[in-house]
Each structure stands twice: as C-alpha cells, then as structure tokens.
Design a protein around this ligand. Structure first.
Ligand code: PLP
Length: 388
C-alpha cells in the first residue's frame, strides 16, 4: 500500500505548506528594504506569539544557540547559577553553564517527573544570578509549572531563564506578568518550519545584567542583535528563507482566529492540549503506561512499553509499516519509552491516524491483546468532550 511520510517527532515537526511556499519564494538579499520590512513584521509578530512587551530577538541557529546566548550574555565566570533539571534538556543547561565557567547548583527531579515546589524553594539561594529551566522537558514529555517557579523568584535579584522551545505554542505563558526574563523558542517546533531559527524574549533586567557580564561573546552578542533588530536587520546574514517561512506560519496561526495572532496562539495551545489528551487516552486504552502521568506536556507524549519490550521496535515498526516517524527515548530512556508529538501543525485527524497505526503495531509487533478501534474510540471520546 501507499505510505505517506508523517513526522510525529517533537522537532522537527511537520511543515506548513504555506511556509514552504514562502521559503521557496524568498529570493531576497538581507540588506534591502524588502527584507527589512519582512524582518520587522516577523519580530512584531513574535512579540505577540511569545506574549510580551519585552524585546524579542531572532537568531539564525538551532534552539541550543539561544540557550548558549542566555548563558554567555548573562553570566560571568564564577557566577553561581541554579539549574532545574528533569531530563536531557535540563542537563544541557548544566553543560552550557559549566562551559562558560559558572558555579552550577543543580536541583533535579527524576525522569518522568516534575519538581516539588517546596524543594525548589529550598534550592533557590540569593546568590544565584540566574535560574535555568525548561517549560516542557521534551526528553520525558513533562510540563513544569513555570508560573509557580516564577512566583518563587519574583522580587529577588535572580534572573529566570526558561527554555520554552517546545513550551511555546503548547502551554500558556504570561511572560511579563510572571516575570520571565528570557523565554526561548525554536523554529522546528510549534511554528511549523524547518530547523535553523531560534527566538528569545529579553527583559529589561536581563539587558542590565548583560552589561555586567564578563563572558566572551561574538556571534551571540545579544546587545549587537538588539541594535540591528531596531533597523530590521541582524548582525550577520540571517536565514532569509526561514524568516519568510516564519512570517507565513505566524500569518497562518493568526488566520486560525480571524487574523488575531494572540487568539491564534491560544487556539494553537488548545489544539495541542486536546491532541495530547486524546493520544494519552488512546495509548492507555491500548495497554501502554504513560511515562509522565503527573504533569504531562501538551507538546509531546512519552509512553513506556511493557517491561521486557523494546520501544525501539515500536519506533522502527511505525516507520517501516506506515512511514510514521516517532522518537525513541534519549539516553537511559532509550528502548524504554517512545515519544509522539502534538506541537505545531498536527490536527485531530493526525491523532486518529497515529492511534490507528499504534493499534496495529501494538498487536503485530508487541503482541499485546488489541481490540481494533479501542484506542481510536478513547481518543474520539476526548475529542467529543474537549474540542471546541
Ligand atoms: C528541541 C529542543 C531544544 C533545542 O534543540 P536544538 O537541537 O538545538 O534545536 C532545546 N530544548 C528543548 C526542550 C527542546 O525540545
């Protein structure tokens, strides 16, 4: 039978056709009025998408580049920082902060779990210059309570930097109200375009800290980017085609709510929430165990396969039989879990298709006692109750 390739990975995610057309047509030089107009439009849209009055910068790099920039620009060697980690992306913060000479305190929660707020409160010390965390830990598909942690930090001199690379577009933030100093996003996640762009909001407090930072910076000097962004430019050659694609994607998201990008962003988050809830219900109906039952993310779902079975076999079989691409667990979770995404350009029918395929694989590959339609029906019930 014909098999259509379908990405269900939590980055890269499926591409929006309108963004692909815009990218193909972006035959443009970056020091021209045409590009400046596009860049200014996209920066303005990003402020609405992130939901902030703070500056939002757009960098040509993968998400990790913006993570690195928020270490190199905000800290000096020897600075005490706190990393809150519950997975592979949290561990990336530790690696980055150490690479720039920070004295890193680490507070961790087990894989599949989120933080105990009383423990976080104890871990935060006045001498921490910056707290680094994820909004959603993509390696375990856990959502952290950014609002509650921001409350613990508010009123102190500590900066809060949040990796929202899979959080943006899948969870609601009040950046300015909560006091998130830096919130980071990436292009290959909820904004439906290929990898290669990262964006980040930067608070006035964070700009102040940058003046004092003694770490070396060159490509990722955010002060330089801020000066150029005002003129509709970036310091170096930007990923022109991706910027055009991002503009088209943000237009599409606005178009989902009659042209109102803020409402479109909320609709996109709610879309991910319903698809995630339907997927969880379907997979549980099939006999799988959720890896992060207490605080599941809407960005992706992580599922444990029954003891003694290999999650890699599920990932392989979905690809071989249906050209459906999911993600294995990372690091120690490899072989134990697989991850399926809901962020960005996924609709309800994608969810139904995935669960239909999962029923076949659970039966044929894992030998589970499957009744066809059970997982799909469980998802339909969620849709009927929750979709608006
Ligand atoms: C995808 C992702 C990143 C960024 O990874 P890159 O490969 O550098 O784009 C960072 N944090 C989280 C939580 C992610 O999901």
């Amino acid at each position: 039978m014909i098999r259509k390739t379908r990405l269900f990975t939590p980055g890269p995610t499926p591409l929006l056709p309108a963004a692909q057309f815009a990218m193909a047509a972006a035959d443009m030089h970056h020091r021209t009025p045409e590009f400046r107009a596009l860049f200014l439009k996209v920066l303005a849209q990003l402020k609405v998408f992130v939901g902030t009055q703070n500056d939002v910068l757009l960098l040509s790099c993968s998400g990790t580049g913006a993570m690195e920039a928020s270490v190199s620009n905000l800290t000096s060697p020897g600075d005490k920082v706190l990393v809150l980690t519950a997975g592979k992306f949290g561990e990336r913060w530790t690696g980055l902060a150490k690479a720039f000479g920070c004295d890193v305190d680490v507070h961790s929660a087990p894989y599949g779990d989120t933080f105990d707020l009383a423990e976080v409160k104890k871990a935060i010390k006045p001498e921490h210059r910056v707290i680094y965390m994820q909004a959603t830990e993509t390696s375990t598909a856990v959502r952290h309570d950014v609002e509650a942690i921001a409350k613990l930090v508010k009123g102190t001199d500590t900066l809060l930097v949040v990796d929202g690379i899979t959080g943006l577009g899948t969870t609601h933030f009040d950046v300015d109200g909560w006091g998130i100093d830096v919130l980071i996003g990436g292009s290959q996640k909820a904004v439906m375009i290929p990898p290669g762009l990262a964006y980040l909001s930067v608070s006035e407090r964070a700009w102040g800290a940058m003046e004092k930072s003694k770490n070396p910076r060159y490509y990722f000097d955010l002060r330089k980017e801020r000066k150029n962004a005002v003129k509709g430019e970036s310091a170096y050659t930007p990923a022109v085609a991706l910027v055009a694609g991002l503009g088209a994607a943000l237009d599409y998201i606005a178009g989902q709510a009659g042209g109102d990008l803020e409402k479109g962003r909320i609709a996109l988050v709610n879309n991910a929430e319903v698809n995630a809830a339907a997927t969880r219900a379907g997979l549980v109906a099939l006999g799988f165990t959720l890896f992060a039952p207490k605080a599941p993310a809407a960005a992706a779902t992580a599922v444990a396969v029954p003891e003694g079975m290999d999650s890699g076999a599920v990932v392989k079989a979905l690809k071989a039989k249906f050209a459906l691409v999911t993600a294995n667990g990372q690091g120690e979770m490899q072989g134990k879990i697989f991850r399926v995404a809901h962020l960005g350009f996924f609709d309800y029918l994608d969810t139904i298709a995935f669960l239909g395929a999962a029923e076949h694989i659970a039966k044929d590959t894992l030998g589970l006692p499957v009744t066809y339609g059970h997982a799909v029906a469980a998802a339909q019930k969620v849709y009927a109750e929750q979709a608006k």
